[in-house]
Write a protein that binds this ligand. Sequence first.
Ligand code: B12
Ligand code: SF4
Length: 438
Amino acid sequence: MKLLLIDPVTTAETVSVTERTKLRQGIGYPGLGLLTVAALTPEDVEVRYIDESVEDIDFDYHPDMVGITVQAPTAPYAYRLAAQFRNNGTTVILGGIHVSLNTEEALPHADAVVVGEAELTWPGLLQDYNSGQLKKLYRARSLAELERSPIPRRDLLKTDRYFIPHVVQASKGCPYGCDFCSLHAYVGQPPRYRLVPSVIDELAELPSDNFIFADDNLYSDPAYTEQLLKNLAPLNKRWAAEATWHIAYDNEILKLARQSGCIGLFVGFDSINNRHRLRKVPQVGKAEEIYVNAIKNIVDHGIAVVAAFVFGLDEDDESVFERSLQVVLDGGANLVNFSCLVPYPGTPVHERLKREDRLIESDLSKYISPNVCFAPRMMSPERLNEGVIWAQKEFYSYQNILKTSLQATRKLGWGMGLFALRLNLAQKANWGKGSDEN
Ligand code: B12
Ligand code: SF4
């Protein structure tokens, strides 16, 4: 049997593969979903994997089965791809976060839809296919036990086509419950953790010293984070991860992070207008001060900060752009990710906005910041779109790039200064095109 696994991208039909690959080589890394599906597939199946962000689909290759992973903005295109393969007699299986949260929508587009994590359903689906008894729907009845998940098939990756090709996941989920978070709605609760020794074994086997943690929040359980980092330090790796801003007030963890090779953290600040969205907030004072000090403290520990903010929450008026920009500049963030709220279908915020008749966009391919798909409470959709672009471009102005790169050199050393400069310029080029497609 021949199985083709496809990771589609929204830009596949509009941007050349050379340009797409250039973008990934500048700032990109791969996901683990389909590499995990591949690892769950028996050895006698011929498996090919296409990440469309760095490779075109070869339509001259005729697999027996195609598996496509679907995110909200890729859904319309993924459904078109599915139709094309099905017209040629190929069996199409859809899986991933969007079809799991919007199964009724996906069912007509596939021979089978997999809801939830593949660990619990994929081997059975293949058996059913082989015996000619494929069902229309495979629904995981529980969350997977991470300890039993296979190591993703990294051998299928074209590693030279990514900025950082190696991604590892130690935990899944997050203790917070942001209403706009798809992950929370999908597999967020309760957070699950792999045993530290098995994560360390996987990391030790990586053919590179650099990697990214795909964890939703590497600081979701400080005791686990501590154990992980203590055991990671002897491997002499360099890594980056995502965490909520609370990590900034834990000096012990920041020290351990630096000692274990952390060079950067993508820090979710959510919003300056509602820091209580993320519970367990010990710090008192204005969000602005707390966030400025948080950024400063992480950078003072020798770790670069990518500061992520969401604009357009009900509490946000038009001052949110300038105030948030000031926070990241005063704190000395090295990169930013300003985006507007994207109400992904299947999340509580999507349901609420629908009830309030505030959804203004039904084309899922537009569900990518800075496109505004809803009516914000305190400004127009156009103003929100302009504000996101303005803040992003302002941060990546030549003047600020010079400032943040010099700051990075002073606090993080020459290597990181140059690294920050390269990433800032790559982001500037990307935002020149007016998109955050990353
Ligand atoms: C790494 C990553 C990326 C990478 C690689 C993308 C990729 N191909 O995976 C990059 C940086 C390129 C990226 C880009 C984007 N991403 Co992204 N990304 C992630 C991240 C952090 C990790 C993905 C991962 O490896 N997870 C671990 C694996 C093991 O889990 P999994 O993917 O869910 O797969 C399991 C199951 O879902 C299932 N499964 C998944 N696919 C399939 C397919 C089949 C056939 C079957 C049977 C089963 C199955 O089985 C798998 C094993 O258990 C996730 C967050 C997260 N933690 O998942 C966001 C996430 C997937 N990204 C998201 C988004 C929105 C984007 C962007 C649109 C961002 C943007 N503004 O541009 C782009 C879209 C790119 C595109 N495809 O066009 C959202 C999706 C939301 C939604 N409802 O669709 C997420 C959930 C983040 C979030 N905070 O909401 N992303
Ligand atoms: S803190 Fe981040 S990962 Fe956790 S629920 Fe909120 S958006 Fe999702």
